[in-house]
Design a protein around this ligand. Structure first.
Ligand code: EAX
Length: 357
């Protein structure tokens, strides 16, 4: 018995040892099948897993490539998601700092197909599809949520359709932000303070007309020329969201910041339509999903950075006029003739935007 027990013990121990190293005979033996299952699962997985033709997609934007730059961090997020989903078969090549040209030039290049994608403000987009200008009216959006409802809804889709007929596919409407006025001469609190001030605007007829109504002397200019123009005094002032003012170091050439929030600036991520249509359905799906996830990330990124941007502006000597320290009513009143001027062309879509809850 003892010997038998002994042998049993040994046998049990052997079983125990086998079990411990997970190679129990069952698994070991079937591991082949597991393996085959696994392999078949793998091969099934691999079989079901889409494969992607190796390619590089070039994406341009006009702003800084710094850690607090909204477009650049958004573009990096998009790159990460696409390359992950395609096992690196499809790579996104980011071209920041306007190296591919100003936003209007880059949109033209995407339309021609010489550049694949652009992350841009709506500034020059109205030159390619006039409906997009509807988003650029002063004091139009009540808050971010209102803007997101409009851009991610029917009205956003309506503008996308017009852009598609110009060969430009909007993947998503991400965010540039609420625009504020900076200048190098004096605190701006009322439209009177803007009288005769040479201010740069984007290449956008609604923005130009709005600053004429505010009493300023507006000049349309590509973003890529702006910093030098401020440095050399070609213009005294400009207007942009904090997400542009701070990462592009405008505090080095501007002393005053008024938090007007006078325009909400969406930022579409645009791809050449023919290029997108040439992608496999699987790749179209990857690109679309990555863009949507990037949009939500980028909107949240700007929101989270807001206080930090203000802190950096202060630390770099900018005098900040808070939202409740400037004459909102006077600016709002001064803006109304812009709505009257464009009532025929934009009245209907503006009413629908304002009515969006
Ligand atoms: O899109 O041109 C502008 O002022 C834009 O806000 C900037 O290029 C970011």
């Amino acid at each position: 018995m003892k010997k038998a027990l002994g042998m049993l013990l040994v046998f049990m121990l052997i079983l125990g040892v086998l079990a411990a190293c997970g190679g129990n005979t069952e698994t070991a033996a079937p591991s082949g099948s597991d393996a085959t299952e696994q392999q078949s699962e793998n091969t099934n997985d691999d079989a079901t897993k889409p494969t992607f033709e190796s390619r590089t997609i070039a994406l341009g934007h006009a702003t800084s490539d710094s850690e607090n730059s909204h477009y650049h961090q958004g573009a990096l997020k998009f790159k990460e998601l696409v390359e992950e989903a395609t096992d690196g078969q499809v790579t996104i090549e980011i071209h920041p700092n306007g190296v591919l040209g100003g936003e209007r030039e880059m949109i033209e290049a995407v339309q021609l197909g010489t550049v694949d994608m652009v992350f841009t403000s709506t500034g020059p987009v109205g030159n390619f599809a006039s409906k997009s200008n509807a988003f650029d009216f002063p004091f139009l959006f009540r808050d971010r949520e209102h803007a997101y409802k409009v851009l991610d809804g029917e009205i956003g889709e309506e503008v996308n359709q017009q852009l598609e007929s110009a060969g430009l596919k909007v993947l998503v409407w991400a965010e540039n932000g609420f625009r504020n006025i900076t200048n190098s001469t004096h605190p701006i609190k009322t439209p009177d303070d803007l009288k005769g001030v040479k201010i740069r605007t984007m290449e956008n007829k609604i923005h130009l007309d709005s600053f004429r109504q505010f009493g300023a002397d507006p000049t349309p200019m590509a973003f890529t020329e702006l910093f030098t123009a401020l440095q050399q005094g070609v213009v005294d002032a400009q207007e942009n969201p904090l997400s542009v003012i701070i990462p592009n170091k405008f505090y080095e050439v501007q002393d005053y910041l008024t938090l007007t929030g006078h325009f909400y600036s969406p930022a579409p991520l645009i791809i050449n339509k023919d290029l997108f249509d040439s992608f496999s359905p699987e790749l179209q799906d990857v690109i679309t999903k990555a863009a949507e996830e990037m949009r939500d990330f980028e909107r949240e990124f700007i929101y989270q950075q807001e206080q930090e941007y203000l802190k950096i502006a202060e630390e770099n000597g900018m005098e900040i006029i808070q939202a409740d320290e400037y004459d909102f009513e006077a600016f709002f009143e001064a803006a109304q003739p812009v709505y009257e001027k464009y009532a025929d062309e934009y009245g209907d879509i503006l009413d629908r935007i304002i009515a969006t809850e």
